[in-house]
Structure formats: structure tokens, C-alpha cells
Design a binder for this molecule. Structure first.
Ligand SMILES: [Zn+2]
Length: 132
């Protein structure tokens, strides 16, 4: 994952962070629950740092308000939020690549049982970790 963050102060003396994230994510197909091809995802954001909700509501629209308490900014959770925002909620394989075809879904027929063990999403995560 690549992350860039630039801290600055605007002409109104507001602290802000201009940032971008880019990463590849392999998600689980909601039809067959198999992993999809890794997909490049990226996001750019402009965060206005404020010390309370009242100031947050005064921020210009282009800023995404982040309330900083006790002058401690939890950057990791900020980045996690941005990652969650950019992740697609629901993904499917291309029909030709999916283990479950549309015909099977339409007719309500169970896909034929295969000898392959069911994919556990957590074991997929484990293999992803090993690669890095
Ligand atoms: Zn699929």
C-alpha cells in the first residue's frame, strides 16, 4: 500500500492533511465466495483537523472533518477509514470466471459439490500475509 500525507495550514489558519492512498485488494466474490483478482484501488482526501464538532461544522465543504482530541491524531484509524470508504461493498467475478453460474442461481439448483475444500476467508488472509 502506498500512502502520501501532506500536513499544511491554509490561509484561514486551519490545519489540514492532503493525502492519497493506493493499494490492491483481493476481495471475496459474493456469489461463489472465492477470491477475486486483486483490484487496484485508490483514494484522495482532504482532511480538516478540528478540535471539536462545532468547528467541524464550520469547515468548508471540500474538507472532510477529523476531530482531534488532546492534540493526538490517530493517523492509523484515519487511514483505515479511508481504506474502508474506497473498498467496494459488494464484488462479483466476471460471469465466465465465477464458480457459480447465473443459470444455477436462476434455477435454484445447488452448484455441484466439488472435492475442493471450502475456502475459509481467514486462510485467504493468511496466504496474503505470507506473500508480503
Ligand atoms: Zn464468483
Amino acid at each position: 500500500m502506498s500512502i502520501t500525507l501532506a500536513f499544511d495550514i491554509d490561509t484561514q489558519r486551519r490545519s489540514f492533511i492532503e493525502g492519497s492512498i493506493a493499494f490492491e485488494a483481493s476481495l471475496l466474490c459474493q456469489r461463489c465466495l472465492g477470491p477475486t483478482e486483486p483490484e487496484p484501488l485508490s483514494s484522495e482526501f482532504l482532511l480538516g483537523l478540528v478540535t471539536n464538532d462545532a468547528l467541524a461544522s464550520q469547515l468548508p465543504g471540500e474538507y472532510e472533518p477529523v476531530v482531534v482530541e488532546n492534540e493526538q491524531l490517530d493517523l492509523l484509524s484515519v487511514i483505515e477509514d479511508e481504506v474502508l470508504l474506497v473498498l467496494p461493498q459488494v464484488v462479483y467475478h466476471e460471469e465466465a470466471d465465477c464458480a457459480v453460474s447465473r443459470d444455477q442461481l436462476a434455477s435454484g439448483v445447488e452448484p455441484e459439490a466439488s472435492d475442493a475444500p471450502a475456502v475459509n476467508p481467514f486462510s485467504v488472509l493468511g496466504t496474503l500475509k505470507d506473500k508480503h
